[in-house]
Design a protein around this ligand. Structure first.
Ligand code: FAD
Length: 377
């Protein structure tokens, strides 16, 4: 009997791997055939996000909702990387959803958690994050864009966030505003697109990531209820979420890098023979990726380490993810040659996508600024 149970266990996927298998199946069967339309026509992959949610892709960093009962940020990152291997637009939407969920996982507002966390983890409730502006503001790069005044039961908010992704009407997103013109009092909350005074318009056409439901969001005397406050004041919450927020982004990098190496390996044999003379090839890319993934998973095991040394390691891992994405996609263009120059090729798509990893907040220049300032701890 015991032997039989052990045997059964041996045939089961190791704990933590079944979500990866399910995400891999969705990526191959549902996402791969749509990547061209997502990239070229800007088709928001809503149905795929719902499938990913059902498969558990957004649940792993929510306590008690993932495959391992505690928070497993590493598994969330690995699941995102499988999506990114096929399509960075969908992977970025995954990150937006994961960041939205991370705010709920970390808020002390228990009522907000019980209202939304199950939905965020399963993908039944979709969301994003407008926290690029406060992250840049905390690093002294730009001013906070949203202002609010205290009213009965909440705040009235004004201002514009130029880019918030993964939001259609009814979707939630994290925001931060300065209350009562008090620069010392920054508050984090969830807003909802389409609520009174919260309107969005398609920001612009992007060279990649155009399918990410990215909106310029205007707050016009918008009411944010006390019920939707994530943190007041922002600072301790920002410090608590920051490593996880940044580490999650490395899932986008890992998937794109892995696919770039795989695309180099899939080139015809004669092309590969000549490519052996190029300075960077798939072996080097995969070796660097392996080392990076090891670092990321080790860091992801303790996302609430609040030491300066830990934060610096997180920023460096994120920076290496950006650098390696650029190195890998550029090497891919050189390996693929003229076939990469044909409009609509996967090779040039990966190149366009890779730059997004390096410019989305925290952008390369932002990371370097924080590192120069001693991790802006
Ligand atoms: C496809 C896409 C999706 C994004 N999604 C999100 C998101 O979900 N949440 C989020 O918080 N941020 C999002 N961002 C913003 C992103 O994270 C960066 O903050 C942004 O790219 C600017 O960073 P930067 O380092 O280039 O800033 P900077 O170098 O400081 O500024 C970049 C330049 O952009 C200009 N600019 C500002 N607003 C606009 C505008 N509306 N149109 C044109 N130019 C403008 C600025 O004036 C400045 O010149 C997104 C950006 C892109 C391109």
């Amino acid at each position: 009997m015991i032997a039989h149970a052990d045997e059964c266990r041996a045939h089961r996927p190791p704990v933590g791997d079944s979500v990866i298998d399910r995400v891999r199946d969705i990526a191959a069967a549902e996402l791969r055939p749509l990547v061209g339309r997502i990239d070229e026509d800007g088709v928001y992959p809503l149905a795929i996000l719902r499938s990913l949610g059902k498969a558990g892709a957004f649940a792993q960093h929510h306590e008690g909702r993932g495959e391992s009962r505690p928070v497993d940020l590493g598994l969330a990152i690995r699941a995102m990387s499988v999506v990114a291997q096929e399509c960075l637009s969908t992977a970025f939407c995954t990150w937006c959803q994961d960041a939205f969920g991370w705010y709920l996982q970390n808020t002390e507002n228990a009522a907000l958690r019980s209202k939304l966390q199950d939905g965020a983890a399963s993908g039944a409730v979709l969301g994003g994050t407008g926290l690029s502006n406060p992250m840049k503001a905390l690093s002294g790069i730009e001013a906070l864009r949203l202002r609010a005044r205290r009213v009965a039961g909440g705040f009235r908010v004004d201002g514009v966030l130029p880019w918030v992704s993964n939001i259609e009407d009814g979707h939630y997103f994290g925001v931060c505003f300065a209350a009562d013109n008090d620069e010392g009092r920054w508050v984090a909350a969830l807003a909802r697109l389409g609520a009174e005074g919260v309107s969005g318009r398609q920001a612009t056409k992007f060279i990649a990531l155009d399918a990410t439901a990215t909106r310029a969001v205007t707050f016009d005397d918008a009411f944010i209820s006390d019920d939707d406050i994530l943190a007041d004041p922002l600072a301790p919450f920002a410090a608590r979420i920051r490593p996880g927020f940044i580490l999650l982004q490395t899932g986008m990098a890992a998937g794109l890098i892995r696919d770039s190496a795989a695309l180099m390996r899939a080139l015809p044999e004669r092309t590969r023979e000549t490519n052996a003379h190029l300075p960077i090839g798939p072996n080097e890319i995969e070796d660097r990726l392996g080392a990076l993934e090891e670092t990321i998973l080790a860091l992801a095991a303790t996302p609430h380490d609040d030491s300066r040394d830990f934060l610096e390691k997180v920023l460096r891992a994120r920076l290496e993810g950006s650098r390696l994405s650029l190195d890998a996609s550029q090497a891919l263009m050189l390996h693929a040659g003229a076939r990469a120059y044909i409009s609509g090729s996967a090779y040039s798509r990966r190149l366009r996508e890779s730059y997004f990893i390096a410019i989305v907040t925290p952008a390369t220049k932002h990371l370097l600024k924080d590192l120069a300032a001693g991790a802006a701890g």
